[in-house]
Design a protein around this ligand. Sequence first.
Ligand SMILES: [Zn+2]
Length: 302
Amino acid sequence: MTDSHDHNFASSAKPKNFSLSLILGFVIFFSIINFQYSAPVIPIFGFHGIINIKNNASAFYSGEMHYPKEEVEVFLEKLIINNYWFLTTQDLYDFFLTKSKKISAEQYKQKPIMISFDDGYKTVHTNLLPILHKLEKKYGKKVKVVLFINPGNLSRPGSLNSTNLSCKELREGLKKGFYDIQSHGLNHKDLTKLNRRELVKELVQARTDLRICTQDLDPDQQVASHFAYPYGAYNQEVEDFVSKYYLSSYLYNNGILNYGCFKNHYQIPRLMINRHNTAKELIDIAETFYPIDNKNFHQGKC
Ligand SMILES: [Zn+2]
């Protein structure tokens, strides 16, 4: 569907692995000199589908951006063991961007992180959701993941062999408390190439459709309150329109959120994850950015 486009866009914007290599280099450098980075940063990981590499049928998902199931399980398990706080988009907004909510004593001990999955691949339901169940059973802890969904691309009831999630599947993960469902535009269009009428439709209809799918499960209307630009593509006009309908918006640019200095809620950076990044690399990235003493970190000093 959209992964190759996402990939190509990202590639044309920046060499694919260049920035992540820089981040990994940074991680290795600080590990060697045994120094803990203490700026208030939150890594936000951007995944797409989750593949079962042992299953030949998954060869269908040959895109570079789909991530192996075994690796994601190792990654998430390690995050649970190391006491991470799996943020929803509303948590990030309330506790760190606007600071309108106060971090509790319990949350204070945890390391905030966000794990997101774009484009609504069915493999989130078939391969990721069972892992989230398994980890909850084992550790008594719910891993919350953010899904950026294009409701125009959801599979219709009765459609066979669709590679996309259905509304029913979204509802299942939402009901169980694993999913934070947010908007990725109606049809995954490059918003910078649309006229104003088309742009507004992509933004508004996406929100409406996602809320219709989930309304009885979402009394506070937290579904589709936040946005991720399809292909990571945006300009001033797109940003202005997104800000009329959504509280915040996410990029796909291999950046790390330094929320102490952060001013623009419509340019939240995310790390681009592809199948070649091992679980160990991802854990190293997450761990390096947290100081041993959480004090400065949580105060959000710039
Ligand atoms: Zn996308």
